[in-house]
Design a protein around this ligand. Sequence first.
Ligand code: NAI
Ligand code: MG
Length: 536
Amino acid sequence: MAARRISSLLSRSFSSLPAPLFSRGTNPTLVRQISRYSTAVEVEEPISPPVKVNYTQLLIDGKFVDSASGKTFPTLDPRTGDVIAHVAEGDVEDINRAVSAARKAFDEGPWPRMTAYERSNILLRFADLIEKHNDELAALETWDNGKPYEQAAKIEVPMLARLMRYYAGWADKIHGLIVPADGPHHVQTLHEPIGVAGQIIPWNFPLLMFAWKVGPALACGNTIVLKSAEQTPLSAIYAAKLLYEAGLPEGVINVISGFGATAGAALASHMEVDKLAFTGSTDTGKIILQLAAKSNLKPVTLELGGKSPFIVCEDADVDKAAEMAHFALFFNQGQCCCAGSRTFVHEKVYDEFIEKAKALAKNRAVGDPFKSGIEQGPQIDKKQFDKILGYIRSGIECGATLETGGERFGDKGYYIQPTVFTNVKDDALIAKEEIFGPVQTILKYKNLDEVIQRSNASRYGLAAGVFTQNIDTANTLTRALRVGSVFINCFDVFDAAIPFGGYKMSGQGREKGIYSLSNYLQVKAVVTPLKNPAWL
Ligand code: NAI
Ligand code: MG
């Protein structure tokens, strides 16, 4: 039931557009309260977040502790750039302490030795606690990240609980096989936890990335050292604290806030870490692989960048296609690894599509993410804000047509106007590189072969959207596109059971679903001679 609700929220099934979460102009009273970016004069005073920051330390061996150096760093409110709180800054020594705790919890503690049913029950209790603290978790996420509170409260935090229940369901169904062999041998495989899992997560969906990594690691009986993103350290510490409240034994999850080049690199290089999972940029992914190779050859899974095509075919219902393409790009301030960031539109519907895409962008509700009805908050930080504005300038300079937007929104914080470019050429930077912001890039195409070739001419291969009413076109595109996810007449459907990951430089391995379990298991073959067997 919950899964259905979440997926319909995310997939924007048109029969049930959730109001006010993704609605545009459907609720007249709401529309009057909020500023469309094109008419708003200034951003109002920030709303006071309805939550207190209680946890700012590192979580090692089940206890809150300061960093070994005593250092802290500020986490900022993207609405203003003001400091929310000072958080412990983990570094090499803290990673060492956390890995020792995780190692001990794995080698000597009760976690890998308890029954899978007991582990499952702890995950279920954690899911209950997430639901109990839904609004605090959502408020922390919005404050630290800038995403609309309604989306955090109605999608992300419920999905965190859903993912934990999904993995609780797997915990007691993980087992090996009896394998028929040629000779007189009994052969079985044991699926064992891999050991200490290092996990490095980004800032765009802090709680979901926590769930995608922590869920399968715990279901398989591993222990964890997780490094949160320096932009958004608050929600992971809170969630891990709830895990202990749910009965997790000491040391099973350790959370270190800190920076990539210090704490992150120490985790990736650690000799006692048995597996590493990373989500973030392709450039950092390459560094992580090198660190793993130079240390102990730990296996690595990577969820990296994307430049996903969203293909609008000639038979598409243009209203619906424009809405879905808008959602595919602008959701989460455009800060999605799988954002539909190359909108390919067939020449027959191109002009009509552009008018609709432009109108949708102009009508997008931008403003304080704590305000009801807001669809787009600020970008995460000044670095991303400047980078996005740089891409916008490069789009203008290379001759693409700026249809709407193109500038900052308001004069405080990191808000950017929803921006639409048309007449974009394939070799433009805005058509090749990950912008990670509210900038839609529209390209024209003539036929299927051409759009397949152009879609695949990217170093990325994370996802694709296909908008058509023709089943044959859908099937042709589905098989031709070299990407890890194809969304047909929908986008960003992220149920717990659906695997996610990339081809090419978008990553290695799959998260979520049954496929994620193999990232956290070793397979041991056990062979015993069979004496006088009745059969082989
Ligand atoms: P990043 O990849 O540098 O950071 C992601 C995580 O990796 C953070 O926890 C960071 O502390 C850690 N990290 C950074 N350098 C590290 C190192 N040398 N060793 C170990 N860990 C390290 O990404 P950043 O700088 O936040 O954003 C840059 C770009 O990356 C964005 O503009 C966007 O294009 C992309 N990105 C993609 C994401 C995705 O979901 N695939 C998420 C975040 C960013
Ligand atoms: Mg922050």
